[in-house]
Design a protein around this ligand. Structure first.
Ligand code: UT7
Length: 363
């Protein structure tokens, strides 16, 4: 068995939605600016932790693959916003799933975390050290929105997506991958107080994202293009052999610039940024699950993925889809909805940044 098939998939998009119109009520911005600069219409914000969202996406992925959690070998949580660093959040997810024998670790390379995890777990399966793994991308990045930075606070959303990988004799799964980290670009996308640096240590759960949009934009297009060139030549295939492209969903203009550079038709690109905004590590698996639900993924397709994130980390890969595009079964697990409005949900964060939203709260 030398292949790692994607044999199950699941996602969780939190039900609370902050539309561009909603956000314009608390930040000096508007739908026209946000949509024309980024392609974003709305974003989902979570009322539960990253781990909880990741757990439900994982339950759905296991059911989709008809796989018993007790047989699972590994759980990787790709995330920049896990609720706990020690013990890691993946171990909590593993316990909730009842994955008794699974190893568990968190992996943080920012928005590329899910893809880096997919590469790690696929290689472990191909090498024969494990036979199955769950690779999750999940973020509660809404906690890192600084409402005084309108250039960045409108761009992100929360969510989770997961895939189940199982060992297979069939020639499927992540065929080839490339990971990179662009030199000297660490400062252009940065959460300065998210960690134990003695200079910045704080007990606050709210962290403020530092962001140089145009620097990120430029390096993202170059980094992903280089990674794509690398995997196409390693796999010895042409752009015309790619059936579908699922890029990281950070900015519609970045996606269009990439497609143009590749000479790739936009009809073959999965775009979900209008619905979810940038969900960091969750963006590709969320888009992939939607593409499956929308029947845009067909058996045997060659699927290109490309991603970038803080670091700046980059990556690209070519996935050969297997025979099955339908789930075997559906999980009955759920998360209770939030009882309140989107402004009620975000009120502590607004207060923290001195934004007066009291007139918008549910009486
Ligand atoms: O996963 C990695 C995450 N990061 C990214 O993906 C970021 C990549 N970069 C981008 O997406 C884009 O650079 C942005 C969407 C962040 C910004 O687009 P831009 O075309 O580079 O705009 P800009 O920064 O040049 O700003 C243009 C104007 C400025 O006004 P002036 O100085 O021209 O009068 C800003 O003050 O737009 C203003 N502006 C806004 N106006 C309304 C900035 N943010 C907003 C806003 N609403 N939210």
């Amino acid at each position: 068995m030398k292949y790692a098939e994607i044999s199950g998939w699941g996602s969780y998009a939190p039900p609370m939605i902050m539309s561009n119109e909603d956000i314009s009520r608390v930040v000096d911005t508007n739908d026209e600016w946000i949509y024309s600069r980024s392609g974003i219409k709305r974003r989902h914000y979570s009322h539960v932790s990253t781990g909880k969202m990741a757990w439900l996406a994982s339950e759905r992925a296991l059911s989709s693959g008809g796989f018993d959690a007790k047989a699972l070998d590994l759980v990787i949580l790709g995330s920049t916003s896990p609720e706990e660093y020690c013990p890691n959040t993946a171990s909590w997810i593993k316990n909730e799933l009842g994955a008794v024998k699974a190893a568990a670790f968190d992996l943080n390379s920012a928005c590329t975390s899910w893809f880096y995890g997919l590469n790690v777990a696929s290689d472990m399966i191909k090498a024969g050290s494990i036979k199955s793994a769950l690779v999750i991308g999940a973020e509660r990045i809404s906690l890192a929105m600084d409402w005084n930075k309108r250039e960045s606070c409108v761009l992100f959303g929360d969510g989770a997506g997961a895939v189940l990988l199982t060992a297979s004799d069939k020639d499927t799964g992540l065929k080839t991958a490339f990971m990179s980290c662009v030199p000297d670009t660490r400062e252009c996308l940065h959460l300065p107080s998210w960690g134990l640096s003695p200079l910045h240590f704080t007990n606050d759960i709210f962290v403020s994202l530092n962001f140089e949009g145009q620097e990120v934009f430029k390096n993202a297009v170059k980094g992903m293009s280089d990674a794509i060139d690398n995997v196409l030549s390693k796999e010895d295939i042409q752009v015309a052999d790619i059936d579908l492209f699922i890029p990281h969903q950070a900015n519609m203009r970045i996606i269009q610039a990439l497609a143009k550079r590749l000479n790739f038709p936009m009809e073959k690109v999965i775009v979900r940024i209008d619905e979810y905004a940038n969900t960091s590590a969750a963006s590709i698996p969320l888009a992939m699950v939607d593409a499956l639900n929308d029947k845009r993924i067909k058996p045997g397709m060659n699927i290109l993925v490309a991603t970038f994130g803080a670091g700046l980390t980059c990556g690209a890969g070519i996935i050969k889809w297997g025979d099955r595009v339908e789930s075997i079964s559906e999980s009955s697990k759920s998360i209770p909805d939030y009882d309140g409005s989107i402004f009620d949900l975000m009120k502590d964060s607004f207060n923290h940044y001195g934004i007066n939203a009291s007139h918008l709260l549910t009486p």
